[in-house]
Design a protein around this ligand. Structure first.
Ligand code: ATP
Length: 275
């Protein structure tokens, strides 16, 4: 994809953090937002140098993210003005259980935000993709940061396609969506988009921190892109085919095949619709 970063980024005004704060209303106090022009990977930056704990969720937004990551060391591609890319550091209380299903919870928050902005036909593809009309519109990458006293934090990376350059082809991805296409060009300002996502993330993460994924499971299943469809799970030596039954209380995928129902953990596997 040959889109010169500088050309696109130089056309962008500085982010309007006051507008972001206005959109967030009282929730603005819950977040510390730093918006930089360039960052290789916002997840890596927060993992390498986590901000001090001041009780707020720290958010790092990059207008231009040049080395965004997906799972399995894969790349998340973004272009300035064409994508919203940011990461959020969420600290869990000491002794909190291991975070099962967290990337599904984050996907749910993202889906709700996009629905509220008017994006039609939003669905969730286990474990970490948000689709619109079956095409990938946004991705999530959750990485854990162990802390002192058995406490840990999650670094939650989110990338949303806003207006992809014409003719964008993303290797390994058959169909890709962007907000411009889904909203017929009526794009929200990037600050409005970010605020909409943070406003959904906060209650979802608060619920998750208290009760785990189970309380969010029903809402996730309502949006399951492959509900009751034949699927194939591959990777990590697994090759499982069957009907997608949904997810369990830990966010594991349930697939009913010839040999009964299998439970698949997110790990390094890929989920596809069976041909
Ligand atoms: P799988 O497709 O195997 O289920 P995944 O969708 O969960 O894996 P991730 O590791 O989360 O994949 O994301 C990285 C993949 O997403 C890349 O390999 C590429 O195929 C795709 N991708 C990268 N950038 C974008 C983008 N801007 N929009 C849509 N898809 C992208």
């Amino acid at each position: 994809m040959n889109v010169p970063h500088e050309t696109l980024s130089s056309a962008l005004p500085a982010p309007d953090l006051a507008a972001l704060s206005t959109c967030l209303g009282p929730l603005a106090e819950a977040f510390a937002v730093r918006w930089v022009e360039h960052c290789a990977s916002t997840n890596s930056a927060l993992l390498e140098a986590p901000p001090d704990d001041d009780g707020r969720a720290h958010v790092l937004v990059a207008t231009r993210q040049s080395a965004g990551r997906g799972r399995r060391g894969r790349a998340w591609l973004a272009w300035p003005g064409a994508s919203l890319t940011f990461s959020l550091l969420w600290r869990f209380a000491p002794g909190a259980p291991a975070p099962a299903g967290l990337s599904l919870a984050v996907g749910l928050a993202l889906a709700r935000a996009l629905e509220k902005l008017g994006v039609p036909a939003v669905a969730l593809k286990w474990p970490n993709d948000v689709l619109a009309h079956g095409a990938k519109l946004a991705g999530v990458l959750v990485e854990l940061l162990p802390g002192r006293n058995r406490a840990f934090a999650a670094v939650i990376g989110i990338g949303v396609n806003v207006r992809l350059p014409a003719g964008t082809v993303i290797p390994g991805q058959e169909s890709v969506a962007d907000l411009a296409g889904e909203l017929n060009g009526a794009l929200p300002a990037r600050e409005v988009l970010l605020a909409a996502i943070l406003a959904e993330l906060h209650p979802v993460l608060t619920t998750y921190a208290c009760a785990g994924f189970d309380l969010l499971r029903g809402a996730w299943q309502q949006r399951n892109a492959f509900a009751s469809l034949p699927v194939r799970v591959s990777g990590e030596g697994a090759d499982i085919a069957g009907l997608c039954l949904g997810v369990d209380e830990d966010g594991a995928l349930l697939v009913r095949g010839d040999e009964g129902t299998r439970r698949v953990l997110a790990g390094e596997v890929s989920l596809r619709l069976a041909p």
